[in-house]
Design a protein around this ligand. Sequence first.
Ligand code: 5GP
Ligand code: MN
Ligand code: MN
Ligand code: MN
Length: 293
Amino acid sequence: MKKMKTVSSDNQVQVHPFTNSSTFAWQEIRVHQKVGKVTPMDPSAPILADHIRFVCLSDTHLQIEKGQIKIPDGDVLLHAGDFTNTGLPIEVKTFNDFLGTLPHKLKIVIAGNHELSFDYNLVKNDRQHLSRYGWTRSIMETMCSEYGITSVKELMTNCVYLQDSGVSVCGINIWGSPWQPVFCGWGFNLERGQPLLDKWNLIPESTDILITHGPPIGYGDRCFDGQHVGCVELLSTVQQRVRPKYHLFGHIHEDYGMKTDGYTTFINASICTVKYRPTNPPVVFDIPVPEGF
Ligand code: 5GP
Ligand code: MN
Ligand code: MN
Ligand code: MN
């Protein structure tokens, strides 16, 4: 396992003119898309020789710790964020302790908008805002001193935590990023268009598995009210520049499932339903180990 370098690119993705009207943008974009269904693989199927099995979770919101969900065996566990409700240190510790009980050799986790305490700007500058969620800086500081830490990220001892950063596992490059379009002022919110594109521009072209908290437009981003709320520039980045084999995310609980554009497999692995019930099964896929590893 080694740290990945950020690769710069001449291949610039442009901001879409309708980026702020995502449902409308998708009506235009979808004309040029072949959205296909993907049948999930049987998580109890034996792993083929020279393959690595990835087990995908997202949006567990402190519900998997109760043990109702069977987490399939595999080599690497991936979690696409929203593992807590508000990111309090006690919640982070509960999740990390649970990760410690799982047999997977490696666990890779990103934050979602619910991990408020992982968003440095919120913690630093926006106490009033945080108090809306019953989350005060003094609760945070008391808990941190109780655990002998200065940042909640230090509690993530049983996983590799990615935040606009990557790891390489047996030659398979994985990149993780927590940002999503502004919605109700939670953590890692950014405006659509250039601010989000600036984050997506950090994703190296060599990425094989991309993990973001939010979905791209059109592939696993349909809300219960029919609106498509995914990020347009995230789809453009995936399709025009990075072309990962897998793109894992969650955030829009009600659009759980897998889709393909003919090249990339898009996985919305939200375990919780829109009512925060943990009823969707984890998604599993196998990748052959690249030659030379
Ligand atoms: P969470 O609060 O766990 O991040 O998201 C829970 C639910 O809030 C989602 O399943 C979805 O119904 C709704 N939601 C999250 N983000 C957005 C958004 O950007 N727009 C809309 N309309 N709904 C969202
Ligand atoms: Mn969620
Ligand atoms: Mn690539
Ligand atoms: Mn979310």
